[in-house]
Design a protein around this ligand. Structure first.
Ligand SMILES: Cc1cc2nc3c(=O)[nH]c(=O)nc-3n(C[C@H](O)[C@H](O)[C@H](O)COP(=O)(O)OP(=O)(O)OC[C@H]3O[C@@H](n4cnc5c(N)ncnc54)[C@H](O)[C@@H]3O)c2cc1C
Length: 382
């Protein structure tokens, strides 16, 4: 006999954990299935921190951020734990970088609180950084970090409190979609439900192929590094240092971003990009020295006191990219009782709580009040 639920969610990363929370809060009997242990390190949603911000190169994301922040604060209240740490954020780089230009434009057009800093002012306020003479520097006070593993586990804890059943070490092998239900096979067990939410990160292509669709997703192997400058607890700590995005693609291989240390995590720095891989299984999890060496070149110019600091830890993490780098948050083109959250393209975590809510809205009601115009599956599949 199949065990029956209202909604099954596949994948307990950032998106599946949040969807399970909102679904169970709406009274759905939810089953959340995860192939590994919870909070594992094989996917995209683990570790200390991810950047959260309003400043974006598309007004649609700025609008989404407006809806997103209050949801995080509500989750924090229900959980009784702080997940979003406000640090302020700076974007800087040469003015010809189109993503940076569009970010400044979108922030200005959306009337988001921000300051364009002079070079002198920026150096006084943020002595950790060194800005080149031609750089523009934008400060946005609401940026900060989201505590990654704490947020995923927090959504799961709340989902369980609302009655969700969570099964880890349960890899979904096959999906059968019926006219008004789904059957999900895990080893020799079958779970049935009226609805399905697929949030399987870098593994999603294989699962979706079983439902008749082939999304143009690719996987990038990305490296993030935590530096240990001597004065870690002062200048480079979340109390005193902003999150930062250096729009330096014309000078270095990729955009560089980072996050101050929080609870001695170390000062985070990474390239926004990585090397393509065919599947998560073939990813080499051993960090590369070259990656750090290239970042040290950037640091010498722009964060000089960290440039020679030892690396506390480097980790490998996966981006699942769409061709236009916008998310897929939509129902399956043929089945309105199946919702898909995929292709978060290395910038989805900050929005994970609202994405969980949007997936809940669309799988229960067929639509969401939040702006999902960039995220339609129809841009890839008829
Ligand atoms: C280095 C790095 C830095 C980043 N920085 C930022 C940032 O600063 N700000 C930001 O907003 N975003 C950032 N991101 C992006 C963000 O972390 C991701 O967009 C987000 O975590 C994606 O979550 P997900 O739930 O889609 O995927 P995942 O976290 O990978 O979750 C998918 C889950 O599905 C499970 N699964 C897959 N197949 C099956 C199956 N068959 N059966 C059962 N379970 C299955 C997987 O095991 C996995 O746990 C970063 C990502 C990386 C890698």
């Amino acid at each position: 006999m199949a065990q029956t639920f209202d909604t099954i969610v596949i994948g307990a990363g950032a998106m599946g954990s949040a969807a399970s929370y909102y679904l169970s809060k709406q009274g759905q009997r939810v089953l959340l299935l995860e192939q590994f242990e919870l909070d594992h390190q094989n996917g995209s949603s683990y570790g200390f921190s991810r950047i959260i911000r309003y400043s974006y190169d598309y007004p649609e994301y700025v609008e989404l951020a407006r809806d997103n922040y209050p949801l995080w604060f509500a989750v924090e209240d229900e959980l009784g734990e702080k997940l979003v740490i406000k640090t302020g954020g700076i974007d800087f780089g040469p003015p010809e970088d189109d993503m940076f230009q569009n970010t400044i434009q979108a922030v200005q057009d959306s009337n988001i609180d921000h300051e364009m800093l002079t070079l002198d002012d920026a150096h006084k306020r943020f002595p950790q950084f060194r800005f080149a003479g031609n750089f523009k520097i934008m400060y946005q006070p609401d940026s900060g970090l989201v505590r990654t593993s704490a947020a995923v586990m927090g959504h799961i804890k709340l989902a369980q409190q609302h009655g969700a059943v969570v099964k880890d070490n349960c890899a979904v092998q096959s999906i059968k979609i019926n006219a008004d239900s789904v059957d999900i096979m895990v080893n020799d067990e079958t779970f049935s439900a009226a609805r399905l939410v697929v949030t399987a990160g870098s593994w999603v292509k294989f699962l979706l192929e079983q439902t008749g669709i082939n999304l143009p997703l690719s996987i990038l192997r990305c490296q993030l590094n935590f530096m240990m400058p001597d004065n870690l607890n002062e200048q480079y700590d979340a109390e005193n240092c902003p999150v930062y995005i250096a729009h330096v693609r014309t000078l270095f291989p990729e955009t560089v971003y980072g996050i101050p240390s929080h609870h001695e995590s170390g000062f985070k720095i990474a390239f926004h990009g990585g090397e393509p891989v065919n599947s998560p299984e073939e990813v080499n999890r051993t960090p590369d020295e070259d990656n750090v060496a290239n970042l040290r070149k950037f640091m010498k110019d722009h964060i000089p006191h960290v440039a020679d600091a030892p690396v506390r830890q480097s980790r490998i993490c996966l981006y699942t990219m769409t061709p236009d780098e916008h998310f897929v948050i939509d129902t399956h083109p043929e089945y309105s009782h199946v919702a898909i959250g995929a292709g978060f393209s290395g910038h989805g975590f900050k929005f994970s709580t609202i994405i969980g809510k949007m997936l809940t809205d669309i799988v229960l009601d067929g639509e969401t009040p939040h702006n999902d115009s960039l995220f339609k599956i129809s841009r890839f599949i008829d």
